[in-house]
Design a binder for this molecule. Sequence first.
Ligand code: SAM
Length: 223
Amino acid sequence: MAKLVLVPTPIGNLEDITIRGLNILKACDMLFAEDTRTTGNLLSHFEINKKAIPFHLNNEHKVLHSAIKLISSVNLAVLVSDAGTPGISDPGFLLVRECIKNGIAVETLPGPTAFVPALVNSGLPCDKFFFEGFLPHKKGRETRLKFIAQSEATVVLYESPHRLEKLLLEIEKHCGAERQVSVSRELTKLFEETFRGTVAEVHKHFASKTVKGEIVVVVAGKD
Ligand code: SAM
């Protein structure tokens, strides 16, 4: 019976791939990848000789039905994204939904993802949290910021380094300068950094330098 397995891949440190993830990558009959070159580098590091089929945000609607046909024709297919867990701010959801509709078994391995270490490391309550991911750039952004300001649960956002300052200013405007936030940068990598404080303090810290690398912003819930 056909099965699709979603395999999380490292968000920086290659040692974070799981033994089960590697074994499934070695054993699979078919591999879908967000970026075949990025995945090719990962596979060659672990001496796995597999060719990946592209499955990314720009082609997922177009290739969905052919992907389902291909998956149905083999025992074990795998989906990976460039980094972290497929489906988390990455392609995955459409393929999972379509597999379920078509009676194909789906399994997701636990493994690397950026929001969990950022949330836990923030020191903010993580018994209840809301994963916001990337905010829309224009339409709907204001609505999401109002939602964040009113949320009683901790909120986790993904952001690019060049937009961090704008986001922190917006959080300050909507939530007030005293709201606690935590910014985690370059998780699992050599220059990993987590800076915590009020949004005004965190803004001041990052405004004084050029921000590089990948970023997760964690915002405390409303008191
Ligand atoms: N699928 C991934 C996951 O499971 O976390 C997320 C992919 S999304 C396209 C990329 C975003 O995740 C980055 O812009 C950043 O916000 C966050 N991210 C990924 N790797 C990270 C890292 N090493 N440190 C901090 N944030 C990271």
